[in-house]
Design a protein around this ligand. Structure first.
Ligand code: NAD
Ligand code: MG
Length: 354
C-alpha cells in the first residue's frame, strides 16, 4: 500500500493507493468520517460495473449509503445534470455534515466535487477515481467544475477532498484508448518535473509492461501533482506548468469539436508541437522533441495532425479562461525542466509546422 499526504494546512489529506483497496473502502472512510449516511455520486458506466459492489462494501462497514447516478459522458458535465444531482442528493436525505463520494472518472469527480462544494454551502467529499486520468490527475488538487455552453470548466471552485482512494484494479475494465490517454498525462509529469521518471517510462517495453507497474506510476504522478498543488493551490503561478502541451492540445480538441481525439491524444500532439517550437526558438535543448516523439510513439499516442496553425491560433485567442493571453506557453528547457515564455503570433506561425 502506498500512502501520500498532501499538505494544505487545515485542508490537508491523504491519498491511498493499492490494488484491491476498493474492497476495504469502509476501513479508510472511517478515518475521516464518523457518521453513517453517505451519498455516492457516479455515472451509468461505472455504476453498471461497480455500483452494487461499492454499496455492498459500504453497508458491510455499517454505513447507510444512497446512490445518485447520471448519464456518462463529458456532454453531461453541465448545469442540467448538476441540478438533477442536487435534487437527488436532497431526496436521499443527505444533510449538512454527511459525506459524498465521487466515484468515477474525471467527469464524475469534477461534477460531484462541485456539487459537494456547493450543496448546503459545502459538505465533505472523498474521491474514488476510476480512470487512469482521474487517478493521476483530476482527483488530486481540488479543482472541481462543470462546463457551460460557452466552454469547458467555466464554472467551478477549489474544493479539496477529505481523502483520495485509488484502486488500480478498477482500471482493468477501462478501454485501452482511455488508458493510453491517461498515459499522456503520466508522460507529461515526467517531461515537466522528473527526467528520471521520464526515462523510466521510456525504458518500458510497451503499455502492457507499464500496467504491471501502474501502482508505482500512479504514486509518482500523485506525488508530483501534490508538490505542485502544495505550492500553488489556487493556480496563480507554478500550477500552470501542468498545462504543458495543453494550450495547443485544447485548441486541437476544440477544432474537432471534441470528436476526433481524446484529451490525452490531443495534448500528446500539443506536447510534441510545443517542444518542436521550443527547439526552433532556441528555448528547448536540441534533441528533446525526438525524445518526446519516441515516448509518445511507444505508448501509441498521436504526434501530428493536419490542422493548420492559423486555425489553432484563432481558437487559442478566444479561450475564455486564458487571462494572460494566448502567447504564454509552457516550454521544456530540457526533459524535467520547464520554462514559461511569451511567444508572438508570427513566431508561432513561422516556426511551427514548417
Ligand atoms: P470520464 O470521466 O468521462 O471517463 C471516461 C469514460 O470511462 C466514461 O465513459 C466513464 O463512464 C468510463 N469509465 C470510468 N471508469 C471506468 C472503469 N473503471 N471501467 C470502465 N469504464 C470506466 O473521463 P476522464 O478522462 O476520466 O476525465 C475527463 C474529465 O476530467 C474532463 O471533464 C476534464 O475536464 C476533467 N479533468 C479535471 C481535472 C481537475 O484537476 N479537476 C484535471 C484533468 C481533467
Ligand atoms: Mg489534462
Amino acid at each position: 500500500m502506498e500512502k501520500l499526504h498532501i499538505n494544505l494546512d487545515e485542508k490537508s489529506y491523504d491519498i491511498f493507493i493499492d490494488r484491491g483497496i476498493f474492497n476495504e473502502i469502509g476501513k479508510y472512510i472511517s478515518k475521516v468520517y464518523k457518521k453513517k449516511k453517505i451519498v455516492v455520486v457516479t455515472d451509468t458506466n461505472v455504476d453498471k460495473l461497480y455500483g452494487d459492489k461499492l454499496l455492498k462494501n459500504l453497508k458491510m462497514s455499517g454505513y447507510m449509503p444512497a446512490k445518485v447516478v447520471f448519464d456518462a459522458g463529458e456532454e453531461n458535465k453541465n448545469f442540467e445534470t448538476l441540478t438533477e444531482v442536487y435534487e437527488k442528493i436532497i431526496d436521499s436525505e443527505i444533510k449538512r455534515g454527511d459525506l459524498l463520494i465521487a466515484f468515477g472518472g474525471g467527469v464524475v469527480g469534477d461534477l460531484a466535487g462541485f456539487a459537494a462544494s456547493t450543496i448546503y454551502r459545502g459538505i465533505d467529499f472523498i474521491q474514488i477515481p476510476t480512470t487512469l486520468l482521474a487517478q493521476v490527475d483530476s482527483s488530486v488538487g481540488g479543482k472541481v467544475a462543470v462546463d457551460t455552453t460557452r466552454g469547458k470548466n467555466l464554472v467551478g471552485s477549489f474544493y479539496q477532498p477529505r481523502m483520495v482512494v485509488i484502486d488500480p484494479d478498477l482500471l482493468k475494465t477501462l478501454d485501452e484508448r482511455e488508458v493510453r490517454s491517461g498515459m499522456a498525462e503520466v508522460i507529461k509529469y515526467g517531461a515537466i518535473y522528473d527526467s528520471e521518471f521520464f526515462d523510466y517510462l521510456l525504458g518500458k517495453e510497451d503499455l502492457k509492461s507499464s500496467m504491471t507497474d501502474i501502482e508505482k506510476i500512479i504514486k509518482k504522478c500523485c506525488e508530483i501533482k501534490a508538490k505542485i498543488v502544495e505550492k500553488d493551490e489556487l493556480d496563480l503561478g507554478l500550477r500552470m506548468i501542468l498545462n504543458f502541451g495543453h494550450t495547443l492540445g485544447h485548441a486541437i480538441e476544440k477544432y474537432y469539436n471534441y470528436g476526433k481525439y481524446t484529451h490525452g491524444e490531443a495534448i500528446s500532439i500539443g506536447m510534441y508541437d510545443i517542444t518542436k517550437l521550443g527547439e526552433r526558438l532556441g528555448i528547448t535543448k536540441p534533441g528533446v522533441s525526438d525524445k518526446i516523439k519516441e515516448i509518445l510513439k511507444k505508448y501509441n499516442l498521436p504526434i501530428e495532425d493536419e490542422v493548420e496553425i492559423k486555425d489553432l491560433i484563432e481558437i487559442m485567442k478566444t479561450d475564455k479562461k486564458n487571462i494572460s493571453g494566448i502567447l504564454n506557453f509552457i516550454f521544456l528547457s530540457e526533459i524535467g525542466k520547464v520554462e514559461i515564455k511569451k511567444v508572438g503570433e508570427e513566431e508561432i506561425t513561422n516556426k511551427l509546422f514548417k
